[in-house]
Write a protein that binds this ligand. Structure first.
Ligand code: HEC
Length: 167
């Protein structure tokens, strides 16, 4: 009888440890499957490419503790200069419901692909919220939008479309 109880307790402890491990662990697996889904979505959905400093330049080799904290590298074009916002900060201010509503009506300046955000299923939007909220909060602000015709004070990528020269 004792042995059965000890065996059951050991099994329960093992399961608890397993969940503890995946929840706090290395980011590859989480107790809430939506968090894993969110991590997957921000990786393949390109969010890190712009919203994580150095991510595209280092071919994705940026530790997860820097993910989605926004970037001071601006994008300049006919719209002015925009900076990918700190998504930890932004989503930290919104409940899951508020985020779903926000994303459904998102319309930002280029090169933010807001139309892709709008096209996401509600489940995927919730997954992104849960994933971002599973990361440690980060309060850094990115530089403010710079209107067209004003030289930005930070490094920036120029995205002005050019026509080929006539021969
Ligand atoms: C090509 C670069 C790029 C990619 C890819 C990108 N973003 Fe952005 N994002 C930006 C920039 C730049 C801004 C700031 C736009 C502005 O100032 O109007 C922004 C703004 C946002 C905002 C704030 C919108 C608002 O109206 O305030 C959210 C939310 C956001 N991005 C989420 C995402 C998510 C989620 C993904 C991945 C699915 C993503 N972004 C992919 C560049 C990008």
């Amino acid at each position: 009888m004792h042995w059965i109880l000890i065996g059951a307790a050991t099994a329960a402890f093992g399961v608890a440890c397993f969940f503890e491990m995946v929840a706090g662990g290395d980011g590859t697996m989480h107790a809430d499957p939506l968090v894993d889904r969110g991590r997957y979505l921000v990786t393949i959905g390109g969010c890190n490419d712009c919203h994580t400093p150095g991510y595209a330049a280092k071919a994705g080799d940026v530790p997860e503790d820097r993910w989605l904290t926004g970037d001071t590298l601006g994008f300049s074009g006919p719209w002015g200069t925009t900076y990918p916002v700190n998504l930890r900060r932004l989503l930290g201010t919104m409940s899951e419901e508020e985020w779903v509503r926000f994303a459904r009506h998102a319309q930002s300046r280029p090169p933010m692909p807001w139309f892709n955000l709008r096209a996401m299923t509600e489940r995927d939007l919730r997954a992104i919220h849960r994933y971002v909220r599973s990361l440690p909060p980060d309060d850094r602000r990115v530089p403010a939008f710079v209107p067209p015709g004003t030289e930005p004070a930070t490094a920036h990528i120029v995205m002005t479309p050019r026509q080929p020269r006539r021969r």
